[in-house]
Every structure is written in structure tokens, then in C-alpha cells.
Write a protein that binds this ligand. Sequence first.
Ligand SMILES: [Zn+2]
Ligand SMILES: [Zn+2]
Length: 258
Amino acid sequence: MIRFCNLYSGSSGNSTYIEYNDTRILIDAGVSCQKIVKGLSDLNVSLDMIDGILITHEHSDHVKGLTTISKKFNIPIYATNKTWNQMALLKLPEYNHIVFNANESFDLGELKVHPFSIPHDAVDPCAFNITAGNKKLTVATDIGHVTKGIYDKLVGSDVLLLESNYDPNTLSYSSYPYFLKRRISSDVGHLSNEMASKVIKKLYDDTGINHIILGHLSKENNFPELAYQTVVNAFGEIPKDFHLSVAGRDTVDTVLVI
Ligand SMILES: [Zn+2]
Ligand SMILES: [Zn+2]
């Protein structure tokens, strides 16, 4: 059985916990070390039990906690070479650098990690399929648009954490400067509620996917209720066998056992 828990998700910081037998990992550490320690303690896990931290890309909402974590704990950190170059400023100790290649699978303890490239304005951004036993989890955020290749990676997920970053109307009226609005809504920015809901509906129709968590919501340009409702609208009515939730920005989600 895999245990999966979103510790934090959103434009202000991301970290996801995954456990299978004796292997425990985080995807991203984009909040303070203290918050991660606190989040994990809710699951009766401590940071020194973590076998590795997978990094999706170098933006601060994914790496903010790494410097302090590396000072206090001896945890291998996994990133692509290009992402490592961008993270030089964080001054992470060399002995914990582990390099993976986007689109090449590898083992992390008893988990199999399958990184795949995503369109986002970072040097080498990745999302992850994580498999163990016959189960598959996908964590896919910070995606400008969903290509056919990405769609195929989402297929077959027992649980999919998919970005639903912004509501286009809220974004257009927000106080963000124009360049930032353009960046967010560009092909290499973030997924809107509408884009996410279309992908989810198609995945359900094509493949019967039945467990989705909406994540990486913008604090300024979205609301959890709106992200949720946009998916409901795409379906008309949420089917009985379909689980839909919104990841907490600042609250540790319920642990899923898959
Ligand atoms: Zn990003
Ligand atoms: Zn992000």
C-alpha cells in the first residue's frame, strides 16, 4: 500500500509526501523546513526518515526549504543537471546531489520514479509518475498546457494531483502586473481551472480515472470552491465513483492509502 499526502500545495509553496513499505520521499520542499517538519509530524514521520527529495524545478515555491533542510538533515536531493545548476545559489552540500534525467525512470528505494518533461518557464521542469506494486500516482503541477505526451502520462493514475492554478477572470482583474499575467497564462505558465477540468473530464471519459486532487492553486487568482466547481461544471454532475478534492494550501491533507 502506498501512503500519499499533500503537505502543502499552492503558489506559495509545495511539498508532497509518498510512502511505500520502508521508502519515504518528498516531492519538492517549497515551504520552510519548520513547516515540513510540522506537516510530517501530523503523519508520525520525521524528516530524518525521508529517503530522498525529488525536485520538479527550481522555482522558489518548490525549493524554498532545501537550504535549511540540508543543514539539519542528511537527505539525498534529486534533480536534473540543469535544475542543479539553477539551484547553485542555495548552496546545498555536494554529497547529497543526485542527478536524474528527465524522461528516464529510476528507483528510489522501493518506489519507481518516472520523471517527464512539462512545458513551464523553468530550465528543465518535470512532473512525476511514481509507481509501486501495481499502483501509480502522478504529481503534475506547473504546466503551461497539456500536450498529448503529457496526457498519456496521466492515463492510468490511481491518484492524480493536477494543477488547477488560476481562474482567467480573476487573473485578468487582479493587481498583478501585465507581464506576470501574461507569464501565468502563457503556454509555459500554469494550467487554468478550465484547462484542468477539460483534461480531467477527458481522462474520465477515455480511461475512467476516478481520483483527482486539484493542486497548486494561486493565492491571488483562484479560490478552492471555484476550482472545484469548474470541474463539476465540466461533468454536469460529479459521478458517484469519482473522488475530487482540492489540496490544502496551508493545511496538511488527509493521508490517502492506495
Ligand atoms: Zn514553477
Ligand atoms: Zn510552482
